[in-house]
Design a protein around this ligand. Structure first.
Ligand code: NAD
Length: 337
């Protein structure tokens, strides 16, 4: 049984911890917190060993009556591998500590590809991370693009992709972020970084993206246009996406006409935290016009890349050589459709 440390128990870290705990070939060695807040208390109630990220703050945890098992360095001693889910840029700084400890590490999409040297998606390039010391699970948006573009590329080849990424202004818990009443080209420069990020896992794909921020916290939404190598009918694309795991076709005609209704569907599925690990694609939006494919999809930014972190653990530790075996194992444990 592999022991996994989670450094940074926030939006992504707490989901990765639960996803790891659900697997039968790995367990949580511990989770780390910077503050003795409600998440720290819940982590203890869930049975996770809690470690402090900033040693000088241990006293604050004592005062709050939240027991800790030591510092992050102590946690790393208990683990075979660490998933770093600290805020953007901190993961790359932690790399030195992981190197000194001789522990393998998985980073999140907020880190730059060049800082880690390798990026990961379960479908596109699992093999590249087999046995590696470090890898980076690409961001929620890039994971979303990869989930649908990879099966389309496999089906009929991709000549060129253009995508307009409508991004949520903040996660639901981020009360100080916005915009509240504006549409913000973000970045204002064109193209955005999402295309180059996709190329770190889907090598050679010809893609350019533009992105904007809007006042919503629920999901991102992508509008994707693909020039295809081989002619296909829209129905063949629908069938391929329908049979692709971690992708789901949804119908506006069934009341799933918006990200709000899709999040309501996730609640109906009874998922913990209302998570939607799958990428929903609006079936009605899939159309081929003059050899160009159009479709629209959404991304639950807080959860879509979480199963990829579990697969990345298996790749780095060579627990599973075959990506589909890991994907199906992760899916079964997490109840993914
Ligand atoms: P978050 O702020 O919700 O959680 C980060 C956690 O790390 C917090 O609990 C924070 O207290 C803790 N932390 C801060 N400094 C630390 C340190 N020095 N050592 C250990 N822990 C520390 O952030 P998040 O949204 O979970 O993002 C984590 C990573 O995942 C980032 O790289 C981000 O870009 C990426 N990501 C985020 C989303 C998203 O939508 N939230 C989606 C995909 C990927």
């Amino acid at each position: 049984m592999i022991s996994v440390a989670i450094n940074g128990y926030g939006t992504i870290g707490k989901r990765v911890a639960d996803a790891v705990a659900a697997q039968d070939d790995m367990k949580v060695a511990g989770v780390s917190k910077t503050k003795p807040d409600f998440e720290a208390r819940v982590a203890i109630e869930k049975g996770y060993d809690l470690y402090v990220s900033i040693p000088e703050r241990e006293k604050l945890f004592d005062e709050a009556g939240i027991p800790v098992s030591g510092t992050v360095e102590d946690m790393l001693e208990e683990a075979d591998i660490v998933v770093d889910a600290t805020p953007e840029g901190i993961g790359a700084k932690n790399l030195e500590m992981y190197r000194e400890k001789g522990i393998k590490a998985i980073f999140q999409g907020g880190e730059k590809h060049d800082a880690i040297g390798l990026s990961f998606n379960s479908f596109a390039n699992y093999d590249e991370s087999l046995g590696a010391d470090y890898t980076r699970v690409v961001s929620c948006n890039t994971t979303g693009l990869c989930r649908t573009l990879k099966p389309i590329d496999d089906l009929c080849g991709i000549k060129k992709v253009r995508a307009v990424m409508v991004r949520r202004g903040a996660d639901p818990v981020q009360v100080k972020k916005g915009p509240i009443n504006a549409i913000v080209p973000n970045p204002p420069t064109v193209p955005s970084h999402h295309g180059p990020d996709l190329k770190t896992v889907m090598k050679g794909v010809n893609i350019h993206t533009v992105a904007l921020l809007v006042p919503t916290t629920l999901m991102h939404q992508h509008n994707i246009m693909v020039e295809l190598e081989d002619p296909v009918e829209a129905d063949e694309i629908k069938a391929r996406l329908d049979e692709t795991t971690r992708v789901m076709l949804v119908r506006a005609s069934e009341g799933l006409a918006s990200t709000a209704e899709i999040m309501e569907y996730a609640k109906e599925l009874g998922r913990s935290r209302n998570d939607l690990f799958e990428i929903p694609v609006w079936e009605e939006s899939i159309n081929v016009v003059d050899g160009e494919l159009f479709y629209m999809q959404a991304v639950h930014q807080e959860s879509d890349a979480v199963p990829e972190s579990v697969d990345a653990i298996r790749a780095l530790l060579e627990l599973e050589e075959d990506n589909m075996k890991s994907i199906m194992k992760t899916n079964r444990a997490m109840g993914i459709l």
